[in-house]
Structures are given as structure tokens and as C-alpha cells.
Design a protein around this ligand. Structure first.
Ligand code: NAD
Length: 491
């Protein structure tokens, strides 16, 4: 069993007999790690370390901050195989997903923001001949970063790398459901030479440490990645203190399949977007809206392929879908399936754990057909392997159904006519849209949601904007005739 501590300054504060919780491997139900259950005092200490480190860190020449971030990327790359295994054991994501997706992305995040650190520039605004205003981006200070359980390293790394590149220092509160890799990342960063206090990790619950971090008076910036309901509460509380808040929240993303789409490609894309990452991904294409004439053939092909997805041990290379994060979450997902059927949807496949996998929190890929957009299964984020197939009479209706949601994170659209696809996609309300592809994320491009899916964007310079304030300094240039107060009575 592993011991996972909090990283506070240069110290790892480990779990103790009276301050610990357990993280369970969802594939085996065995305890993976005993984790430090930090107190409010631990959080205060971590924030104090981050404040102490801030002065030197933000004054470092950008090139030196960049070198530190590149060194973190390097050490993550050396440890990538081990980190991917731990991430799989802690989350249930397949080893293909963690080693081929999450780890390379995490490394790329540090490499990219190492470069971005050196690209932060300002503007000069001449005000006639009299003044010159200099506009700079300055860091916020200590940034609190709260992460979800489904992609811990990838989500932590994009935000930590951007915040540090911009000159901030960080206190990270990982999810208590998959806490291990955050501590490993911060430990590796210290070993790579990152100055102590620049990156701190405080382990604990959302209601305890998460909430205290949001309220902490010495933390002016909050980045929260998680569910929409939690995000709303975070924003309300951070709003009372007028903090800079970035929210990356849930989704109920539409996959729109038009009648002229390439059936095989659309089925491939819809399956990947729905069931990769065990359905536990914010961009999951969980509402599949198919235009009438293709609906029957699409559904038949989609269900046949969903039935054939290889569910099993996420450590095995051939596995396509692993277990859900824990038994409470699997119960919640199954409750959604039951609710959908009560409201009139038909279960085409799945709905129960695979009989050959008695241990672990597995659930077979599930497809509900005959779903109406008013049903709970179509309105709420399930965050599990449950695809809802809806029928649209025509393309206009398909777009209307796609937009009829509180969310707006991502959308995909499948059609043989790409110029019509482009025109229709411009009517989709989503932060990221893909035509004839699953959602592709490039670190230089902005990513984030509209409406209930979030506030702000991450990626490239958009991240830097979230993690900096704009500051204007004005210099007098020459010949400024200032009105001279207080002189008239003396003359
Ligand atoms: P969650 O909202 O339950 O928890 C997220 C984090 O917030 C955890 O670290 C948790 O401990 C903490 N937290 C809980 N209550 C808190 C509170 N009152 N104050 C402060 N922090 C608190 O979400 P989850 O179940 O861990 O993650 C799944 C959700 O995350 C899904 O909705 C998914 O769509 C979303 N997500 C979004 C993105 C994105 O980029 N938009 C990426 C990954 C996951």
C-alpha cells in the first residue's frame, strides 16, 4: 500500500494514525493508498509557503521560470510509465488512456507553458506627446487549484503549468477519490529543482480543504475543475471575496449525426467520444442526435459495437473500458439508467455490471434508445458509460435539440457536406466544436464551456490571461502643463 502525503513547502506531511483516508483501486476494490487528511492548519501553512515563495518566483527572469517548467516536464517524462500505472490504479482509466493520453499531455503542458512564460509581453500606449502608458500582465499571487478525479494529472498539469509560467505560486487540492498522482507530481517537481513553496498539494475533502481554500483570504485566484453544482457554490463563495475564478465544469455534449454522414466514421466517432475514458470525461458525447433517415441504421451499428467493447482490467493493454471510480458512483449511474427507463427510454444494451467481472466497479457500456430531450438522462450529466440516442426529424431540429441544454462544453457534427456542416456548427452553443471528428484539444487553442459548463478558457495565451491581472503604469514624457493647485491665494 502506498503512503500519500501533502506537499507543504519542502516537506511531505504524511498520513498519521488520526489523520488519513483511503484511496481504493476501483478495478480490485483493494486499498491503493493511505492518504494524508490535512487540517485547516496544514492548509494555512501551505498558503503561507506559497506566499513566501511568490516574491522570488515572480521576480525570476522568465527564461529561468521556463527552465524550471521544462525540468518538471523532463522528470515527468522519465517517470511516465510509473505515473501512468498509478493513475490507472487510482482512477480505473485504461493504461492505454493514461500512458498514451494523460501522461503525454501532462508533459506537453509543462513544455508548452515553459515557452509561454517567455512570450508574456505588454503594450505601450502613447497619450499624445505628454504621457506613455505601459500595460503589463502581472501574476495574481497564490492560486488555489481544485481538481476532479477523472483525469487528475492532465487537469492539474495544465493549470499548474500555466499559473507558474505567469509567475504565480500554487496550492492544489486534488480530488479525494484519486489523490495519489498530485503528490507524485509535486514531489517530482521538487526533485527537479522547483523552489520549495512554489507548488504545494494539500490532501483532503472538498467540504473541508476545498472549501477552506476557496475562502482563504490570502488566495486571490481560484481555478475549479469539477461538477457544475459544486462550481456554482465555489463561485458564490469566491464571489463574496471578489476572487478571480475560472470554472471548468460538466457537460452533456451532443453528437449530431446528419442523414448524409459517413455511417461508419460517425459510429466510430460517437463510440470513442462516448465510451473512451469509461464515459467519465467532461466532453463525453452523451446525447447522440441522429437525423431521421439514418437513425435506424446508426442505432443498430452503434449498439452492436457498444456490446463488443472490451471491458476489463484497465492495466491490460487490450482493455477498452475499465471500472467506474467507486461503488457510489456506479450506483448513481445505474439510478440514472433506471430513471430513463421509467420515463420511457428503452435499454438497448448494458445497464448492469458484466457478469464475468464480479470484483471492481465495472458497468457494461449502456445504450438508451427512444430518448427524448426532456428526460433526466438527456438533461443531466451522468458521467458514466451511458449513451442516449435521440431522433431528430431534420438538421434544424437536430441543432435545436443540441442547444436545448444548460451545458455548452463541446459538440461534434457528422456530415458529408462540410460547408453546410460549418454553417450549422456556427449555430451550436459550445466552447469547442468538431466536424467529422471527435473533439481535438490542442494546447494552443482555448478550451472551456459556455453556460453551465464553465467560466473562462484554458490553453495557450487564454490560460495566461486567466492567471494574470492587467496593470497600467503611466509616465510623463515632456512639457506637461499641470494645473497647480494652491498657488492662486499666494500670488
Ligand atoms: P466534484 O464537483 O464533486 O469535485 C471536484 C473537486 O471539488 C474535488 O476535488 C472535490 O473534493 C472538490 N470539492 C467538492 N466540494 C467542494 C466545495 N464545497 N468547495 C470546494 N471544493 C469542493 O466533481 P468530480 O465528481 O470530482 O468530477 C467530475 C466532474 O468534473 C464532472 O462534472 C466533469 O464533467 C467535470 N470535469 C470537467 C472538466 C472540464 O475541463 N470542463 C474536466 C474534468 C472533469
Amino acid at each position: 500500500m502506498m503512503e500519500t502525503g501533502s506537499i507543504i513547502g519542502d516537506r511531505c506531511v504524511g498520513p498519521t494514525a488520526d489523520r488519513f483516508f483511503e484511496s481504493v483501486n476501483p478495478a480490485t476494490e483493494a486499498v491503493l493508498a493511505r492518504v494524508h487528511d490535512a487540517s485547516a492548519e496544514h492548509l494555512d501553512r501551505a498558503v503561507a509557503c506559497a506566499r513566501d515563495a511568490f516574491g522570488d518566483w515572480h521576480r525570476l527572469p522568465a527564461g529561468e521560470r521556463a527552465a524550471h517548467l521544462a525540468a518538471v516536464a523532463e522528470i515527468l517524462e522519465e517517470r511516465a510509465a510509473d505515473l501512468a500505472s498509478v493513475e490507472t490504479a487510482d482512477t480505473g482509466m485504461t493504461i492505454g488512456m493514461t500512458s498514451g493520453g494523460h501522461l503525454p499531455r501532462s508533459i506537453a503542458h509543462f513544455r508548452h507553458f515553459a515557452q509561454e512564460a517567455t512570450r508574456i509581453t505588454g503594450e505601450a500606449i502613447p497619450l499624445d506627446d505628454a504621457y506613455l502608458s505601459v500595460v503589463e500582465r502581472v501574476p495574481l499571487g497564490v492560486v488555489g487549484i481544485i481538481t476532479p478525479w477523472n483525469a487528475p494529472l492532465a487537469v492539474m498539469s495544465i493549470n499548474v503549468a500555466a499559473a507558474l509560467a505567469a509567475g504565480n505560486t500554487c496550492v492544489v487540492k486534488p480530488s479525494e477519490r484519486s489523490p495519489v498522482s498530485a503528490t507524485l507530481l509535486a514531489t517530482a517537481a521538487l526533485e527537479a529543482g522547483l523552489p520549495p513553496g512554489v507548488l504545494n498539494v494539500v490532501q483532503g475533502t472538498g467540504a473541508g480543504i476545498g472549501s477552506a481554500l476557496v475562502e482563504h483570504p490570502a488566495v486571490p485566484g481560484i481555478c475549479f475543475v469539477g461538477g457544475t453544482a459544486t462550481g456554482r457554490a465555489v463561485m458564490e463563495r469566491a464571489g463574496r471575496r471578489l476572487k478571480r475564478v475560472t470554472l471548468e465544469l460538466g457537460g452533456k455534449s451532443p453528437t449530431v449525426v446528419l442523414a448524409d454522414a459517413d455511417l461508419e466514421a460517425a459510429v466510430d466517432g460517437a463510440l470513442l467520444s462516448m465510451f473512451s475514458s469509461n464515459g467519465e470525461v467532461c466532453t463525453a458525447g452523451s446525447r447522440i442526435i441522429v437525423e431521421g433517415p439514418l437513425h435506424e441504421r446508426f442505432t443498430e451499428a452503434f449498439v452492436a459495437r457498444a456490446r463488443a467493447i472490451a471491458v476489463g482490467d484497465p492495466m491490460l493493454a487490450g482493455t477498452e473500458m475499465g471500472p467506474l471510480i467507486d461503488s457510489a458512483h456506479r450506483r448513481r449511474v445505474q439510478d440514472f439508467i433506471a430513471a430513463g427507463m421509467r420515463e420511457g427510454a428503452r435499454l438497448a444494451c448494458g445497464g448492469t455490471p458484466p457478469p464475468d467481472l464480479p470484483a471492481g466497479y465495472y458497468l457494461s457500456p449502456t445504450v438508451l434508445v427512444g430518448v427524448a430531450n426532456e428526460m433526466r438522462v438527456a438533461r443531466e450529466e451522468i458521467f458514466g458509460p451511458v449513451a442516449c440516442i435521440l431522433r431528430a426529424p431534420d438538421a434544424d431540429q437536430a441543432i435545436a435539440i443540441a442547444n436545448d441544454t444548460q451545458y455548452g462544453l463541446s459538440a461534434t457534427l457528422w456530415t458529408a457536406d462540410t460547408s453546410r456542416g460549418l454553417s450549422l456548427s456556427r449555430r451550436l452553443r459550445a466552447g469547442t466544436v468538431a466536424i467529422n471528428s471527435t473533439v481535438v484539444r490542442d494546447i494552443r487553442a482555448p478550451f472551456g464551456g459556455m453556460g453551465g459548463s464553465g467560466v473562462g478558457r484554458v490553453g495557450g495565451r487564454w490560460s495566461i490571461e486567466r492567471y494574470t491581472e492587467v496593470k497600467t503604469t503611466t509616465l510623463k514624457v515632456e512639457g506637461l502643463p499641470l494645473p497647480r493647485l494652491g498657488r492662486r491665494n499666494r500670488e
